[in-house]
Design a protein around this ligand. Structure first.
Ligand SMILES: Nc1ncnc2c1ncn2[C@@H]1O[C@H](COP(=O)(O)OP(=O)(O)OP(=O)(O)O)[C@@H](O)[C@H]1O
Ligand SMILES: [Mg+2]
Length: 296
């Protein structure tokens, strides 16, 4: 039987040493969803589940070198950008990706326009927003803003209801000027009540209603969703199917987040919920192995 194709996928984003967001969350997501994960570091942060306590810039030329070096050797099925921190880094990433998006070397790019951490700390310099719009949005196959990011990208207040979200999705789609299939996934997690996400390609509006899970463990939900979409587009027939599957994965990861005990702020989601069976957790850890009374 022919081996199943495992896509190589690349994240270009910030490093969160507490592992809940950024490239570490992306790599966990890629691995959980059967993709081979790679990461180029665009920014270093010091952070935990409570706060970002510092950001150290990575030299833009070195960010570019990481990306160029991966592409020189590896066929990349899809890439994702997250925290890019500053205009010079963002432009270096765009310089590296633009020719590869244009000639098909990079067939899929998911742009998560990260601006603010769940803790409220800024992750993108205000003067980088124009560069984000001019340089990255034209490259995006899927753009995944949350509601405040949609407001910043459109230069108006963030949407506050479904109709406002539909208008914002339509206007954001106009900013995706690249040829071929281009989608906006507008994430409604910031509104009260059950979250509604909208997926729009300029023609089809797909409403993706969800159920709000009552939890504090939402650190890295945006990163995880964008990474899941990146891993799944190469494995699915179409973008809408991949996004649906990515949301299902994220919701399950949020639902199982209570099985982890990481920090006292916004805890991470459980990326490997489907691989680790924790039902016999206490029995197993007490005996350092499966309980003899339980069959696997
Ligand atoms: N409590 C929740 N229960 C269920 N789904 C949620 C919850 N919070 C967010 N989501 C979903 O998670 C995804 C991420 O949404 P959100 O709007 O929080 O993104 P984000 O603000 O970019 O996240 P982050 O701050 O991690 O970058 C969306 O699909 C949203 O519907
Ligand atoms: Mg986000």
């Amino acid at each position: 039987m022919a081996a199943h194709h495992i896509p190589n996928v690349l994240t270009i984003a910030g490093l969160d040493p507490s592992g809940g967001a950024g490239i570490l969350a992306d790599l966990k997501t890629f691995s959980a969803l059967r993709a081979y994960g790679m990461a180029a570091v665009a920014a270093l942060t010091a952070q935990n589940t409570q706060a970002v306590t510092g950001i150290a810039a990575v030299d833009p030329d070195f960010v570019r070198l990481q990306i160029d070096t991966v592409f020189a050797d590896v066929r990349v099925a899809a890439a994702k950008t997250g925290m890019l921190a500053s205009a010079p880094v963002l432009c270096a990433v765009a310089d590296a990706l633009a020719p590869r998006c244009a000639d098909g070397t990079l067939p899929v790019l998911v742009v998560d326009p990260v601006m603010i951490a769940k803790s409220g700390d800024a992750l993108l310099a205000p003067d980088a927003v124009a560069a984000l719009i001019e340089r990255m949005l034209p490259l995006a196959t899927v753009l995944t803003p949350n509601l405040p990011e949609a407001g910043v990208l459109l230069g108006r207040p963030a949407p506050t209801d479904r109709m406002g979200m539909i208008r914002a999705a339509e206007d954001l789609r106009r900013l995706l000027s690249g040829a071929g299939e281009r989608w906006v996934l507008l994430k409604g997690g910031h509104l009260d009540g059950d979250p509604l996400d909208l997926l729009y390609d300029g023609e089809h509006l797909v409403e993706m209603p969800g159920h709000r899970i009552a939890t504090y463990n939402t650190h890295g939900t945006g990163c995880t969703l964008a990474a899941a979409i990146t891993a799944l587009i190469p494995q699915h027939r179409d973008v809408a199917t991949a996004v649906r599957a990515a949301r299902t994965y994220l919701v399950d990861a949020i639902r199982h987040s209570g099985e982890l005990a990481v920090g006292s702020g916004h805890g991470p989601v459980h990326h490997f919920h489907a691989l680790w069976d924790d039902e016999d957790d206490e029995a197993e850890t007490a005996g350092f192995g499966p309980s003899p009374t339980h069959e696997a």
